[in-house]
Every structure is written in structure tokens, then in C-alpha cells.
Design a protein around this ligand. Structure first.
Ligand code: NAP
Ligand code: COA
Length: 271
């Protein structure tokens, strides 16, 4: 127990979270703030950035924020540069910005497909490509926030499936390219997480949320805290030999496949 407490002391460590202003990613930011880290969060909406920074400062942590779109490489790079100037070298870089809407392939335009690919996949490339210069070497950790759709083919989610599969492949390739510089990179794969925008979009009603919970082997949705705990472990010395891994924190959900579940849920989107 004593050892665990020491491992989760992030005092003096700097965490940058792209898409860190709401939901699962803000939950991760809060966990690091509680553990004493300094935080930089980035997303598009200035009001969300301001609210997240205020929230993180409540933990007594240094927190700064940036408004930028992950699809804009220059804007991402400027945010990371300013975070580096203010906080110092980045110890933990997290790429978690994402977009999602439920639609069959025939119900989505090329631009709709592209918008999710650009946010999730190109956005992750931008964050990692620009972030590399500001990472502590050796000794830093990169975490990509993926999704079960990366490896479970899912109706109404072709864009997310393709984008997150790409994100996980970036994780694996960069584990090979950056490992010898002492940078570890892993993907976290959250399952269905209660009280999030992602779940609100896929299962907007109480009934559909109950169906999702019932489909999880552990018979409940996950919490933001469930995901944040894995992020703390991956960024800690406890995970010092874990590199290039794609790790679900989903109560076993992705083992079940959920094509039938999504077909059931899709009934709610039919007029
Ligand atoms: P969320 O609250 O909507 O979080 C998305 C974050 O990304 C927000 O901070 C959003 O802020 C930011 N963002 C979106 N588009 C952006 C862009 N173009 N540029 C910069 N920032 C952008 O959603 P969530 O449900 O918690 O999801 C968080 C992560 O977990 C995502 O990577 C998602 O794929 C993954 N995930 C979620 C679930 C789930 O059950 N919810 C399951 C599996 C995986 P702005 O609007 O201000 O830009
Ligand atoms: N069904 C089909 N197509 C849709 C759609 C839906 N429900 N919602 C958006 N689209 C299409 C739009 O029609 C547009 O295509 P078009 O130009 O051919 O008409 C395309 O997607 C882009 O939409 P736009 O609103 O301009 O994109 P954006 O870049 O402002 O926003 C989204 C990106 C669509 C992903 C938006 O939902 C978003 O910002 N999401 C972030 C939050 C989120 O999704 N959180 C959950 C994370 S898991």
C-alpha cells in the first residue's frame, strides 16, 4: 500500500491532455491533479477550457488551458509550446479529443466520415507529432484514448471504427520508433462510461443505457474514475515496461462483440 501511494505521487510532473476539458479526459486530468501534477488541457471551446482550468485549480494544482482544434497542426503546436514554456518538459502526453455520431455508412457524407477521421486520427497524429519536441526524454509516457470500436466492428460507427483502429496502430508504431528514447506509448480503451457525451450520443435514453449496462459482463457501465485509475498506473513506474499496449478498461465488454446491441439501439434513431 505504501509503495502504491509513492507510485501515484505526481508532484512536479507535467501532464498535457488534448481534449481534456470534459468527460473521460477531464476525469483523467482530475486524477492527476489530485496526485499533485501540473496540468495543461486543450480543446476547441474557450468556455470549456476556462471551466476545466478552474475545476483543476480547485485541487491545488497548477493548471493552464488552451483553445485549439486538434485538426490544426499549427494551433496544436502553439499550445504545446506555450505549455512547455510555462510548465516545463511534458512528462505525460494524452491524446483524447474525439468526435462521434451514430450513422450508417449510407447515412453519412464523405465530410461526415472525414470529420471523425480528422479529429480522432489526424488529431492524434498532430498531438503526438507536435508533442514529441516537448516530451521529457527519457522518462515520459504517451497515452492515446481509443475505443472498443477499434477492434470490434460496430454498425453505425464505421468512422469511429476506422479512426480508432488507426489510433491504436499509431500507438504500436510509435512504441517501436520512440521506445529507445525512453518514451512509452500505450492506448487506453474505455468501455461504455456513464455520464459522458459519448454514451449520451450512442444511448440517449434510460432504456438504451440499461441495455448497454446489461450487455457488459460485469453488468454495469464504467465510471470516469475506472478509466483514470488505468491512466495513473500507465504513467507511473508500476508500468515502466509496458509499451505499445492497447488496454481495455471495459468490464469485459469488448469481448462480447456488440453488433446486435447496436442494431437494437439503432431503432431509436429511426423516424
Ligand atoms: P467528450 O466529453 O465530448 O470529450 C471530448 C473532448 O474532446 C472534449 O474536451 C472536446 O472539447 C474535445 N474535442 C472534440 N473535438 C475536438 C477538436 N476538434 N479539437 C480539440 N478538442 C476537441 O467525450 P467523452 O465521451 O468523455 O470521450 C472522451 C474520449 O473517450 C474520446 O476519445 C472517446 O472516443 C473515448 N471513449 C469514450 C467512451 C464513452 O463511453 N464515453 C467509450 C470509449 C472511448 P471541445 O468541444 O471544447 O472541443
Ligand atoms: N449523422 C450524419 N452526419 C452527421 C451527423 C449525424 N448525426 N452529425 C454531423 N454529421 C456530418 C455533418 O452533416 C457534416 O457533413 P456535411 O458537411 O456533408 O453536411 C459533417 O458531419 C461535419 O459536421 P460539422 O458539424 O461541420 O463538424 P464539426 O467538425 O463542427 O463537428 C462532430 C464534428 C460532427 C463530430 C461533432 O459532433 C463534434 O464536434 N463532436 C465532439 C464531441 C463528441 O462527439 N463527443 C463524443 C466523443 S466519443
Amino acid at each position: 500500500m505504501t509503495m502504491t501511494t509513492q507510485q501515484f505521487d505526481f508532484n512536479g510532473r507535467n501532464i498535457f491532455i488534448a481534449g481534456g476539458t470534459s468527460g473521460i479526459n477531464l476525469g483523467i486530468a482530475e486524477a492527476f491533479a489530485r496526485a499533485g501534477a501540473s496540468l495543461a488541457v486543450m480543446s476547441r471551446a474557450q468556455e470549456k477550457v476556462n471551466a476545466a482550468v478552474e475545476r483543476l485549480q480547485e485541487f491545488g494544482s497548477e493548471a493552464i488551458g488552451f483553445s485549439a482544434d486538434v485538426r490544426d497542426f499549427q494551433a496544436v503546436e502553439t499550445s504545446l509550446k506555450e505549455a512547455h514554456e510555462t510548465l516545463g518538459e511534458i512528462d505525460v502526453l494524452i491524446s483524447g479529443a474525439a468526435g462521434n455520431f451514430p450513422a450508417p455508412v449510407l447515412g453519412m457524407s464523405a465530410n461526415g466520415f472525414k470529420s471523425v477521421i480528422d479529429i480522432d486520427l489526424l488529431g492524434t497524429f498532430n498531438v503526438l507529432r507536435a508533442g514529441y519536441a516537448f516530451l521529457k526524454k527519457p522518462g515520459s509516457t504517451v497515452i492515446n484514448i481509443s475505443a472498443p470500436q477499434a477492434f470490434v466492428p460496430t454498425p453505425l460507427q464505421a468512422h469511429v471504427c476506422a479512426a480508432k483502429a488507426g489510433v491504436d496502430m499509431l500507438t504500436r508504431v510509435l512504441a517501436l520508433e520512440w521506445g529507445d528514447q525512453g518514451i512509452r506509448i500505450n492506448s487506453i480503451v474505455p468501455g461504455p462510461i456513464e455520464g459522458t457525451e459519448g454514451m449520451a450520443r450512442l444511448a440517449p435514453t434510460k432504456e438504451s443505457q440499461a441495455a448497454v449496462a446489461a450487455s457488459v459482463p460485469m453488468k454495469r457501465m464504467g465510471t470516469k474514475h475506472d478509466v483514470a485509475k488505468l491512466a495513473l498506473v500507465l504513467a507511473s513506474p508500476l508500468a515502466e515496461y509496458i509499451n505499445g499496449a492497447v488496454i481495455p478498461v471495459d468490464g469485459g465488454w469488448s469481448l462480447t462483440g456488440f453488433g446486435d446491441l447496436m442494431k437494437t439501439l439503432s431503432m431509436q434513431f429511426k423516424s
